[in-house]
Structures are given as C-alpha cells and as structure tokens.
Design a protein around this ligand. Structure first.
Ligand code: CP
Length: 368
C-alpha cells in the first residue's frame, strides 16, 4: 500500500477520515499514533478501561509482576528534539510498567541528525535496534514523515508522537480524556459537559488535540478564550462545527466567566507558547502570559466548586498556585494519568490490552 505512496499523498490522506484508519492501524490496532482525529469513541473507551485496569493492577504484587511480563524484551526509543519533563518521563515509566526497556535521546546534536542525516535514514536505522519510536519534534510533520518512511521500509515499527510542532499532542489529549472521564464518573461522563479552553490556542498542541478529541463526545460546547493573536485557527473551528459542537470564541476571560462561568464543567488553562517566537527550542525572556489570560484566584466565585481545573503543564503565571487547593483541581491527576494512559497505548499497540482488562475484570478491579 505504501510503496507507491508519496509523502505528500500520505500527508493529504491523513486529512481524510476514511483513509486514516488504513494508514495508521494494523490488524485493528494503532501502529502510528499521530492525531486525535484517528481515534473513534470505542477506541477511547477501551484505552481508558485499559489505563484504569493497569492503574488498579499495579499496586498488587501479582498484578505488577503480570504487567511487567507483558512487553518484556521490547525496546522503545524516545527521540525528543524539544524539552520535556512529563511526556518523556511518563513514556519511560509506562514502558517500565509493562517490562519494555527504553532509551532517551533528548539532544539530537549527539545523533547523526547533526551531520545532516535525513529523517528517513535516521528512523530506518533506529528501527534496526528498537521496536517502536516515540518522537517529539518542533516540525509539525516529523512524526508523520517518520511513520511514512518506516511504513515503506523492510522493518516497519510503530511511531508515537509525543508532541508534533504546534499542531498536535495526541497522547496528552488521551490522558486528558482519561482524566475527564474519571473525574466525571459520578456525573454522567464527558457527554453534556461544557469545556472552556484558555490561552495560546493557535500554538498550543495540547489544547488543539484535546479540542479534536472532544468531538468524539456529545459535549455541551467548547469555549475558547484567547488573545486575538492566538485564537484557534479556521481549520480547527470548522472541524469542531462540522462535528456539531457548539463553539464560542472570546477575548476577555473575566467577562466570560462573569457571564457564563457557572455553566462551565472544566477549565483547561494553557501557557503562552513563547518558544515559538524563537527557534522552537527554548523560550527566552519574560515567559508569563498577559494578565487578561490568567485564571486569577479572584474568579473562583464565578465557577462552581465542582468545576474541574486542568492544565497540561508546565505552567508559568496563567494558573496561580492558589487553585491547587480548589476541589476541582485535577492537574496532578493528569500528570499521573499520563503514565497509565501511555502504558495503555503501548499495550494496545502490542495487543496486550485485552488480557490486562480481562485480568482486572476477573479480580473485580474494573467493570466488565
Ligand atoms: N505536558 C507536557 O507535554 O509536558 P512536557 O513538555 O514536560 O512533556
């Protein structure tokens, strides 16, 4: 299928939902994980069930030993061309939970990329030594290009994006969905909930991926509050509206919260992505966002006490620490859920997920 497919065609085909599954899945399992749009709702339910099963098996010695036997012998390369704390470390911890070994390359100057080696040759070389590659890169299409090159090679291995330029951070949105699902468990799930996303939407891949993934639910609406320079792009807005999502776009956080805060079920705060003003590697100067896009503590009475407060981290000034004691603050749950969800994703890629869910179900740790 890939022999005669140019990268340009592959990239265009990823925009077409009917083609995406053929290109990114093998035997019904995710093989290349690049975009939120590639997941269907049943996929998300199974991933969340698997993540929950792993979380509940892990504290028991037998459960932990069982988990660690599942991917023993597999090797995963984490190729991170941009800084990361949570994503890199949680992918490593996730692999460890399932017994796979990992290597992290976080400075591409130490690899042959620095000598001008192409993406295609580099990832084909890595596929000789590893069973999957996790990538983070400032180029929007690095992970897609690596997937295409590997799909055409004699040793195709899975590629998981750990953050693609400004466009997508698909595994962050998976852990966000898991966090939303668990947090709304007693309140009817994600359906019907109204989500507010605040910040630099144009350049925040986590916010964009979450918005795409929320289209898999019958949410009660998505509102964006952003500076006019960083509003969601027309493509994202058209996609959301094309999926019958009620979308609001606003430029004043305080005014919006005063008017509609009590109707909001979760606020997802993001930082100003200053690194994109430079070369995409490290932010410089004053990193904080404009006061207008800070979720000030004084806004607390505009929100319900059960409203979730979320952030993909790292945070600068946009979510003051006073919020950490709010009953809806789930930011540290998001961080830990990153490990469980990334483990669930690895399990799904290598076909160990059904066994995990079955064992957890037998032990009464998850519902059937
Ligand atoms: N949320 C997130 O992607 O954090 P890191 O940049 O630390 O990986």
């Amino acid at each position: 299928m890939f022999e005669s497919l140019s990268y340009e065609q592959f990239s265009q085909d990823l925009e077409v939902s009917a083609r995406r599954r053929e290109l990114l899945y093998r035997d019904g399992r995710p093989f290349f994980v690049l975009l939120s749009q590639q997941f269907k709702r049943p996929d998300l339910e199974l991933l969340c069930d698997t993540a929950l099963a792993i979380r509940r098996l892990d504290p028991h010695r037998d459960g932990r030993e069982f988990l660690r036997s599942l991917l023993r012998g597999l090797r995963i390369m984490n190729l991170f061309a941009q800084p990361s704390t949570r994503t890199a470390e949680s992918f490593i911890a996730a692999a460890d939970k399932l017994g796979a070994s990992t290597r992290l390359v976080s400075d591409l100057r130490t690899s042959s990329f620095a000598k001008g080696e192409s993406v295609d040759d580099s990832v084909r070389t890595l596929s000789s030594f590893f069973d999957a590659i996790v990538t983070r890169h400032p180029d929007d299409d690095f992970a897609a290009r690596a997937s295409w090159a590997l799909a055409r090679s004699l040793r195709p291995i899975p590629v998981v994006s750990g953050g693609s330029g400004k466009s997508q951070h698909v595994t962050q949105s998976l852990l966000d969905i898991f966090t939303l699902r668990q947090s709304f468990e007693e309140r009817g799930g994600i359906d019907g909930k109204r989500i507010l996303i605040v910040g630099d939407i144009a350049r925040n891949r986590a916010a964009r991926s979450l918005a795409y993934l929320l289209t898999k639910y019958e949410v009660g609406g998505i509102d964006f509050v952003s500076h006019r320079d960083y509003l969601p792009d027309d493509g994202l807005l058209a996609y959301l509206r094309g999926h019958d999502i009620e979308v609001g776009v606003h430029e004043q956080l305080g005014d919006f919260l005063e008017r509609s805060g009590k109707d909001i079920d979760a606020v997802y705060v993001t930082r100003l992505q200053q690194e994109w003003d430079g070369d995409g590697s490290a932010p410089k100067g004053d990193l904080g966002t404009n006061e207008d896009f800070v979720l000030h503590w004084r806004y607390r009475d505009h929100l319900r006490r059960d409203c979730l407060i979320m952030h993909p981290l790292p945070r600068i000034n946009e979510l003051p620490e006073a919020w950490d004691d709010h009953p809806g603050f789930v930011v540290w749950n998001q961080v830990r859920n990153g490990m469980w969800m990334r483990a669930a994703l690895f399990a799904s890629i290598w076909g160990a997920d059904e066994e995990i869910r079955a064992r957890a179900h037998r032990l009464g740790l998850i519902d059937g």
